[in-house]
Design a protein around this ligand. Structure first.
Ligand SMILES: Cc1ncc(COP(=O)(O)O)c(C=O)c1O
Length: 385
């Protein structure tokens, strides 16, 4: 039997047939069951920030597994406390942390905190993506994701993303929270106008509503800053992160600033695995390795954008750091991604006319040279498909 037959015979068909069976990774490269090498320009969707089999990460997880993996939340561990302190330090404001296991769970924690304001109404953005659990789904825009599972938690209003005037129009004193991504990753890396988050902060503050920023995709160095919203210097009430925080080890976090962190009291929320010693060690290791890399992430991302600009079919390169959306002249992103895979490059057709690039954050400009060189031929193949 082929792996495809094993897969379809044993896994619920939530994702369609996978493109390849991958067996190994090293640095910025992945290898399939045939031994074919791929340059990883997606990092498991903005997640494998240290790339694959990073020696210091491997050593840290092995050491932690040999020391202490799990203790339950009847107890804590030095790693858990260190991670919470580290995350709030990186945020740069007085914050406390709830540790979860994924982006959607980080958002569930935030959603539950918003309910504790005594208000229920949440304003979210068109084209948003916040996850697949029922709460996170309720604030996710795409009808095809939401409709099969309705009724979802209610009282959610969607407004056009990036439009501060539209936000000002709907936010009033009944609103519990406004939830926004600083850039919309799943939508294909949509960048709002400068000042949008600042305006959202002013509007929410005026009405006593929480500003909740979902940095699951943009956070933890991906945009060239620890948190992308730090670009605008706003102080959010809630920030959620996951993905790159664990480099593939499942972990998410909900950070609550100021008095917002007191809205959850003992017994109101929980998670068996959340912040266990192994997950916390993974995250601490990631943060330690990324710290000196932030300037490089910006430089490599800017160089990539510059190198792609002007190539055949490239209308614009959106995004910041190493989260980039390449706007194509034609609706050929799926054919481009297929041609790229055949040629040994993993990219994501986030929209029919947009390629998303979110490589490991350790990638260098030299690593990217083969992809930039291959672009014209890949685009030609996409047009011919
Ligand atoms: C902005 C954002 N929020 C939440 C999620 C959900 O994260 P997870 O898949 O870890 O549940 C994602 C995943 O793509 C995301 O991009």
């Amino acid at each position: 039997m082929t792996w495809q037959e094993h897969y379809s015979g044993s896994l619920i068909n939530a994702f369609g047939m996978p493109l390849r069976e991958l067996v190994r990774g090293e640095g910025v490269h992945l290898y399939d069951d045939q031994g074919t090498q791929y340059l990883d320009l997606l990092a498991g969707i903005a997640t494998a920030s240290l790339g694959h089999a990073h020696p210091a990460y491997v050593a840290a997880l092995a050491d932690q597994a040999a020391t202490l993996s799990h203790v339950s939340n009847f107890f804590t561990s030095p790693n858990q406390i260190a991670l919470a302190e580290k995350l709030s330090g990186l945020l740069g404001h007085d914050a406390k942390v709830f540790l979860a296991n994924s982006g959607t769970e980080a958002n569930e924690a935030a959603f539950k905190i918003t309910r504790r304001t005594g208000r229920t109404r949440v304003i979210a953005a068109e084209n948003s993506f916040h996850g697949r659990t029922m709460g996170a789904l309720a604030i996710t825009y795409k009808a095809a994701y939401r409709e099969p599972f309705e009724p979802l938690p209610g009282d959610v209003t969607f407004v056009p993303y990036g439009d501060a005037a539209a936000l000002a129009e709907v936010v009033d004193d009944t609103v519990a929270a406004v939830v926004l991504e600083p850039m919309q990753g799943e939508a294909g890396v949509i960048v709002p106008p400068d000042g949008y988050l600042t305006a959202a902060r002013e509007i929410t503050s005026r009405h006593g509503a929480l500003l909740w920023l979902d940095e699951v995709q943009t956070g933890i160095g991906r945009s060239g800053r620890w948190f992308d919203h730090q670009r605008e210097g706003v102080v959010p009430d809630l920030v959620t992160v996951a993905k790159g925080l664990g480099n593939g080890f499942p972990i998410g976090a909900c950070l609550a600033t100021g008095a917002t962190s007191d809205l959850i009291q003992p017994g109101m929320h929980g998670s068996t695995f959340g912040g266990n010693p192994l997950a916390a060690r993974a995250a601490l290791t990631v943060l330690g390795i990324l710290e000196p890399l932030l300037p490089q992430i910006n430089a490599v991302g800017d160089q990539l954008a510059e190198d792609l600009t002007g190539l055949p079919g490239v209308v614009a390169v959106h995004g910041r750091g190493l989260l980039r959306g390449v706007q194509l002249a034609r609706m050929v992103a799926p054919a481009f991604a297929a041609a790229a895979l055949e040629a040994g490059f993993i990219v994501n057709p986030a929209r029919p006319d947009r390629i998303r690039l979110a490589p490991p954050l350790i990638i260098t400009t030299d690593d990217l040279v083969p992809f930039v060189a291959a672009w014209p031929a890949l685009y030609e193949r996409a047009l011919a498909a």
